[in-house]
Ligand binder design. Structure first.
Ligand code: COA
Length: 361
């Protein structure tokens, strides 16, 4: 068996399906195209949570409950905030989330939805020497995340961020979701399960890729020759961030969903020239990868346009993985509940290939 568990089916799920050949993502019976840019994040949280919590309210009430959860999380983490900026922004968020109660109820789940938004904004402000902004429980989640970050949130930027959160809310049994399900299967609480997801998401082969995409774009801009820069990276055995996927053999449908959001934003600010440049880099990368790795179809993945979108709405690249976690928290929680409901501990086997003990005669 391959070390990466390729093609192993480790769970039955009603939550999402990734069709890597056709390039389709289905979330609880809806195509990504139906959801992205049309549904609000709170609606998608409801969609994913449906059937996993007895007391789940309707869309409008849930949006309010998420707002209340932001305020509650802010109050809980406030005494800790001054110590967290010593950590990198992702570790700071994870440390703040680790102090949340470890239950299995809706209130626990909503705190975990709220926490990445609250902590990321507060930690970014503290890192700039500014005071954290108290959440506004009446605001929508994405809009409040931007308001807590910058003091104001334009409706266009809030909508763009909301579309991003929806687009990344769930994606089959990816590494962080699997990690979440493994911990949930032990009947540890939701916070423990989500902390496992956070650990897995951080790596550059998973949710840590979009920050390096910005570094790549900046380096290519400075070098002036995308093809030469990318070819040199491949020649040195490096991976091109924002390209390739374990499941997709075609273009990741989330890449186009996010690119469309960036394009809309481009009509009202300088994002348009950044997008035009990124499109040229994308084409150069696809050409270089096709020649360098002819045996493998390596296409654009979600992270490439994630980087552009999150940059455009005002996040520094160091916080991109935090925002990914803010969206994916919904999927993690739903998967954790789905796994808990099976009552089955995930406990695979390993094959021992080490030395045998000396047999004593
Ligand atoms: N750049 C360069 N080469 C890549 C590549 C990339 N982005 N993605 C895959 N490859 C190459 C590998 O080097 C390998 O080549 P080889 O056979 O000559 O050794 C081949 O494609 C297969 O790689 P493998 O690691 O088996 O593919 P995978 O399906 O497990 O990889 C990723 C999936 C996501 C880990 C991989 O594509 C990657 O590292 N991408 C860059 C990071 C990224 O964007 N992550 C976000 C994912 S959403």
């Amino acid at each position: 068996m391959a070390n990466g568990l390729d093609d192993v089916v480790a769970a039955d799920t009603v939550l999402s399906d990734v069709d890597g050949v056709g390039g389709h993502l289905t979330i609880r019976g809806h195509s990504l195209a139906e959801l992205a840019g049309r549904w609000r994040y709170a609606q998608v949280v409801r969609l994913l949570f449906d059937g996993f919590f007895d007391d789940l309210p309707g869309d409008a009430e849930l949006e309010k409950a998420i707002g209340k959860a932001r305020v509650e999380v802010f109050d809980r983490v406030k005494p800790l905030l001054a110590k967290l900026p010593r950590l990198d922004i992702y570790s700071g968020m994870r440390a703040g989330m680790a102090i949340l109660p470890d239950g299995d109820g809706l209130a626990d789940a909503l705190r975990l939805i709220a926490a990445p938004a609250v902590l990321t904004a507060a930690l970014l402000r503290l890192g700039q020497g500014e005071t954290p902004i108290t959440p506004d429980e009446k605001a929508d989640h994405a809009g409040d995340m931007l308001r807590m970050l910058a003091g104001t949130a334009s409706p266009a930027l809030a909508k763009a961020l909301d579309s991003y959160l929806v687009t990344v809310c769930d994606h089959g049994l990816n590494a962080s979701t699997f990690a979440t399900r493994v911990v949930a299967s032990t009947q540890a609480g939701l916070t423990s399960a989500i902390l496992a997801g956070l650990g897995a998401l951080k790596g550059p082969l998973h949710g840590g890729a979009p920050g390096p995409v910005i570094e790549m774009l900046d380096a290519i801009e400075a070098s002036g020759d995308a093809t030469a820069w990318l070819s040199d990276e491949i020649a040195h055995g490096e991976r091109i961030m924002g390209f390739g996927h374990r499941i997709y053999r075609v273009r990741d449908p989330r890449a186009d969903a996010l690119k469309a959001v960036v394009r809309q934003l481009g009509s009202c600010n300088e994002t348009s020239s950044r997008l035009a440049f990124a499109e040229k880099v994308e084409q150069a990368a696809l050409d270089v990868l096709r020649i360098a790795k002819p045996q493998r179809s390596i296409q654009t993945n979600v992270e490439f346009y994630t980087a552009l979108l999150l940059e455009a709405v005002g996040f520094p690249k160091e916080a991109f993985s935090n925002v990914f976690a803010a969206g994916r928290a919904a999927g993690w929680i739903a998967h954790a509940r789905e796994q808990q409901a099976t009552g089955r501990l995930i406990r695979p086997q390993s094959r021992y290939v080490g030395p045998l003990p000396d047999l004593v005669a």
